[in-house]
Design a protein around this ligand. Structure first.
Ligand SMILES: Cc1cc2nc3c(=O)[nH]c(=O)nc-3n(C[C@H](O)[C@H](O)[C@H](O)COP(=O)(O)OP(=O)(O)OC[C@H]3O[C@@H](n4cnc5c(N)ncnc54)[C@H](O)[C@@H]3O)c2cc1C
Length: 391
């Protein structure tokens, strides 16, 4: 069965059950995410991002699904999800609200936070009343997280002062706290929890090309305060890297979701268009195009769930696989959503049709959580090492 919902523009959204479901994908979680977000997500007014209030309501309504809790252990409600269940939920959510995020900060605090930080933030993050952001990228370059120029200086009262600038922070204008990568006074990378509504912090919006329901911002820290209990107990760089694999696998699943949504809408539109006395969906040329794109998207989605399984099984190659899966899915979604715009004729370029949003969102995902070049470099090295190791 394929469920669908009609948006304000009158077009349908789908949970993608027209395509074969790959191993690891849990259909009922896809349906839950899809149905909930289509019922609860607000309309995007004049291309403006959702407000803090709208996001708070959406996250609160998602809390009962496990979206905010994901794989966190502990005595919380609802039950802990497996990573595959969380990925499936995100696939459904991405049909209407791709890259909605706000599920990582709580995972990092649960894994490496002090007891005091857990007590202060976890319940609010898990209920959706607080929004968490991740701040790693800096204006001088985001691909190499080792070069962080944001500094933590010890304060006389035992706290720290943080100074530096982060950029492209998702939920940058709406988040209540950030997990920020910085260097401490000994040069060690540390991740710290920074409350973002305090003096000494300036947030500047970035006018983004896609994902227009969200805000992205540069955040400047001018000696803002970091309490000693808000320093995560880990090597900051290792913590950030560990988080990347999961983030990339989840982006891969969402990118495939965007591509499949654009294909679904294209087929519906083409079925209403006539050429030589018959619907365009009866044309062999169109069938070949649609079939080819569907195969590419199915392969990308299956590889994304393969990456999810590799992470869940803690396989040593999971990080490289997640890089490859993310790169493939974002590229495939970008290519297919661009192609469907072209084969839908004039309607493809009508802003009231969903296609340009799908293409713009997919393009943004090629860079979020690491560019295609960076992800392919990691994957290529992994494959070359594997081949040469077998000599
Ligand atoms: C939608 C979206 C959401 C994001 N959300 C967040 C967020 O929440 N938090 C956060 O911290 N960041 C976020 N980012 C930032 C993102 O992680 C960075 O944009 C990305 O890592 C690339 O960094 P950069 O933009 O500084 O590019 P740069 O590092 O300046 O790279 C520029 C170009 O050089 C290439 N390049 C870099 N290094 C090499 C190399 N060694 N060899 C060859 N080519 C190279 C890159 O592939 C790229 O094409 C987000 C970005 C987007 C688009």
């Amino acid at each position: 069965m394929t469920t669908s919902a009609v948006t304000a523009h009158g077009y349908e959204l789908t949970s993608h059950d027209f395509a074969p479901s790959p191993p690891g994908r849990e259909r009922e979680f896809v349906e839950t995410g899809h149905n909930l977000v289509n019922a609860e997500a607000p309309k995007i007014e004049n291309g403006k991002p959702w407000t803090r209030t709208q996001l708070g309501e959406l996250f609160s309504s998602l809390a009962s699904t496990g979206y905010l809790r994901s794989t966190i252990d502990g005595p919380f409600e609802p039950a802990r999800l497996t990573l595959a269940q969380h990925a499936s939920l995100l696939e459904g959510v991405a049909s209407r609200a791709p890259f909605l995020s706000n599920h990582s900060a709580q995972r990092y605090i649960a894994e490496s936070g002090t007891d005091r930080a857990k007590a202060m933030y976890l319940s609010s993050l898990l209920s959706g009343s607080m929004i968490g952001a991740i701040a790693v990228t800096e204006p001088a370059g985001g691909s190499d997280a080792r070069r962080t120029q944001t500094n933590l200086t010890p304060n006389t009262d035992g706290s720290y002062l943080i100074a530096g600038t982060k950029t492209w922070v998702t939920h940058g204008l709406t988040a209540d706290l950030g997990i920020v990568l910085a260097s401490d006074h000994t040069g060690q990378p540390r991740r710290v929890i920074v409350e973002l509504d305090q003096p000494g912090i300036t947030r500047t919006p970035i006018a983004s090309h896609g994902l227009r329901h969200l805000t992205f911002a540069s955040i400047a820290f001018h000696d803002a305060k970091v309490e000693p209990w808000n320093v995560l107990d880990e090597d900051g760089l290792e913590g950030a890297k560990k988080g990347f694999a999961t983030a990339r696998a989840l982006v891969a699943v969402q990118a495939a979701s965007i591509g499949l949504s654009s294909l679904y809408h294209a087929v519906h539109h083409l079925s209403t268009r006539q050429a030589r006395g018959r619907a365009l969906t009866s044309s062999e040329v169109i069938r070949i195009e649609i079939g080819r794109m569907a195969s590419q998207l199915c392969a990308a989605r299956a590889f994304a769930y393969h990456a999810v399984a590799a992470i869940d099984e803690n396989r040593p190659d999971s990080s490289a696989i997640a890089c490859a899966a993310k790169s493939l899915a974002a590229r495939t979604a970008t290519e297919t959503s661009t192609r469907v715009m072209q084969i839908c004729g004039g309607y493809g370029f009508d802003d009231l049709a969903p296609f340009s949003n799908y293409r713009d969102d997919a393009e943004m995902l090629t860079t979020a959580d690491g560019t295609e070049i960076i992800n392919e470099m990691v994957w290529g090295k992994h494959i070359i090492d594997r081949i040469l190791d077998q000599r």
